[in-house]
Design a protein around this ligand. Structure first.
Ligand code: TXD
Length: 319
């Protein structure tokens, strides 16, 4: 069987980490694309030289030409500008919208059968725009945010409850921003909801509320510490988990920014919800029952995403 082809659009911090992980995991041959000349080529050469040590055979190529992504099975998009301290995700809107246009057109012309995972911020608007510009079916274009947000939530919860992170399964809905909605009733330690764990005296409502707040600001906390960029290790790991679910037809239930057409009362919008990812791309949107508080919070989040889209449409009249 021929090796799969993984194209990474954007060879920055996340792009390079994605390439490293994809090579180590043997997902397939890798093409790193960037507009900056030399960077994807240099990173590809450096990463290729891991091969003899790690024992992987994948070819890793760097390019500035979209023709080289032809026939890609999976494309992960991180192209754009990352947040600097003091800059909100929404400030990135204008710059990254133009980037999505170029990337979408490159994908449309060269790899229209790929499963496309968008990571570029502001995520929920960029994935919507990328889908529009690429013209791919909605189930083949998805945004990565929820896997990362729930990983952050799980990490903090495991720390709080002093249990293995393997036993924590947390649930985050909504847009990737300060309005994201961590849902306590569906976040569990080995099946025991966090709300029950609070009742059992394992933590307090105040402490868990502080964890929810820290999760919502999880990206900003890292930007504030790094000062020269944003998080990249966990975002890359999260993107790879989604790629694996598709490549290996795992039918994983993952929180992703998926296109909604009526689900959760939302229409023509990408919002973070649990979905099944398998060989068919986004095979199913999982519509869970929500309590009044989560419902209201989701609405706030949906409204924030809607506002972003209105701004996008204002910037680019072709949308
Ligand atoms: O959860 C999430 N979705 C995120 C999103 C978590 C963390 C970071 N998130 C966003 O990912 C972040 O706000 C950025 O928008 C992207 C990529 O983050 P990264 O840290 O990798 O940014 P870099 O290191 O600046 O890399 C971006 C690369 C850089 O090499 C640019 O030269 C390139 O993108 N770039 C382009 N590549 C291709 N085509 C075009 N037009 C282009 N413009 C810039």
């Amino acid at each position: 069987m021929a090796r799969k082809k993984i194209a990474l659009i954007g060879a920055g911090n996340i792009g390079g980490t994605l390439a490293h992980l994809a090579a180590l995991k043997g997902l397939g041959d890798i093409v790193l694309f960037d507009v900056v000349e030399g960077v994807p080529q240099g990173k590809a050469l450096d990463l290729s030289q891991c091969g003899p040590v790690e024992g992987f055979d994948a070819t890793i190529t760097g390019t500035n030409d979209y023709a080289d992504i032809a026939g890609a099975d999976v494309i992960i998009v991180t192209a754009g500008v990352a947040r600097k301290p003091g800059m909100s995700r929404d400030d990135l809107l204008g710059i990254n919208l133009k980037v999505m246009k170029a990337v979408g057109e490159g994908i449309k012309a060269n790899a229209p059968d790929a499963f496309v995972i968008c990571i570029t911020n502001p995520l929920d608007a960029m994935v919507w725009a990328l889908r529009e510009f690429s013209g791919l079916p909605h189930n083949k274009v998805v945004g990565m945010a929820g896997v990362l947000d729930s990983a952050r939530f799980s990490h903090f919860l495991a720390d709080e409850f002093k249990v293995s992170v393997k036993d924590v399964n947390s649930f985050v809905l909504g847009g990737h921003g300060d309005t994201m909605v961590p849902v306590l009733e569906y976040s569990t330690v080995s099946g025991i909801p966090v709300t029950d764990l609070i009742e059992m005296g394992m933590s307090t409502k105040e402490r868990v509320d502080a964890i929810v707040k820290r999760t919502r600001g999880g990206g900003g906390e890292i930007v504030g510490l790094l000062k020269t960029g944003s998080a990249f290790y966990a975002p890359a790991t999260s993107g790879i988990a989604m790629a694996e679910a598709y490549l290996y037809d795992q039918k994983r239930v993952l929180p992703c920014a998926a296109y909604l057409s009526g689900e959760y009362g939302v229409d023509d919008l990408y919002v973070g919800v649990p979905v099944v990812i398998g060989a068919g791309g986004v095979e199913k949107i999982v519509e869970v029952k929500l309590g009044a508080e989560a419902k209201a919070n989701l609405q706030v989040s949906v409204d924030a995403v809607k506002e972003l889209l209105v701004a996008c449409k204002g910037i680019d009249e072709t949308l």
